[in-house]
Design a protein around this ligand. Structure first.
Ligand code: PEP
Length: 225
């Protein structure tokens, strides 16, 4: 089981240090924390695997605001999220750029958590399967690639997918790609056990509930049940 915490645009360097001072990850579960870029250096070396929240496809160049895989490796960061729905919604991320970011990160020796998932409208109009097939099709086949199924309507909304909905989507994704599949979307300590008990759920990608060391620990413990 893998439990990853996506901090989004929360926690600068000092709050990151405070988090790790208070966070006591349980043994027996792979834990990843994904702080903002400016906090990565403070997170590395604290006994937990550190991933970035995004990564560029080129090694260097005129790409204002971007960070390369090589730079992350130099810092001791071990991987990156790519294709988070907030990147797709607000920053023009496409299936093509997600694939390029994933390939570059894997080539540089990083792990990758690639996010896929349908919007509310896509689910309501019966297009969930089509969307997942399209988003998964572009992802590289690689042993360090993990997929996160994150229905967009469940992210930050408190509307968690039912375990049955998650299981159905995970089974589809696993029929298309060999990677482990995490569930993400309003995972909290009180729903984590049931979600991670589903046959094809291999862990969780946690947003809001990963910001508090106690609730993130509780979700990591739920992965052991
Ligand atoms: C996320 O940011 O990947 C996420 C799943 O957020 P939340 O847990 O807050 O819904």
């Amino acid at each position: 089981m893998l439990v990853a915490g996506n901090w989004k645009m929360f926690k600068g360097p000092s709050e990151t240090v405070a988090f790790f001072d208070a966070f006591d990850p349980p043994l027996g579960v792979d834990v990843v924390v994904c702080p903002p870029y400016v906090s990565l250096a403070r997170a590395v070396g604290r006994g937990v695997t550190v991933y970035a929240q995004n990564v560029h496809w080129d090694a260097e160049g005129a790409y204002t605001g971007e960070i390369s895989a090589r730079m992350l490796v130099e810092l001791g960061v071990e991987g990156a999220i790519v294709g988070h729905s907030e990147r797709r919604q607000y920053f023009g991320e496409t299936d093509e750029t997600v694939a390029r970011r994933a390939e570059a990160a894997l080539d540089a020796g990083l792990g990758v958590i690639a996010c896929v998932g349908e919007t509310d409208d896509e689910r309501a109009s019966g297009r969930t399967e089509e969307v997942l097939r399209r988003q998964v099709a572009v992802l590289p086949r690689h042993e360090r690639l993990v997929i996160a199924y994150e229905p967009v309507w469940a992210i930050g909304t408190g509307r968690t997918a039912t375990p049955a909905i998650a299981q159905e989507a995970h089974a589809l994704i696993k029929s298309l790609h060999r990677a482990p599949v995490l569930y993400g979307g309003s995972v909290k300590p009180d729903n984590a056990v049931e979600l991670m008990a589903q046959t094809d759920v291999d862990g969780a990608l946690v947003g809001g509930a990963s910001l508090d060391p106690e609730s993130f620990r509780a979700i990591c413990v739920a992965a052991l049940v």
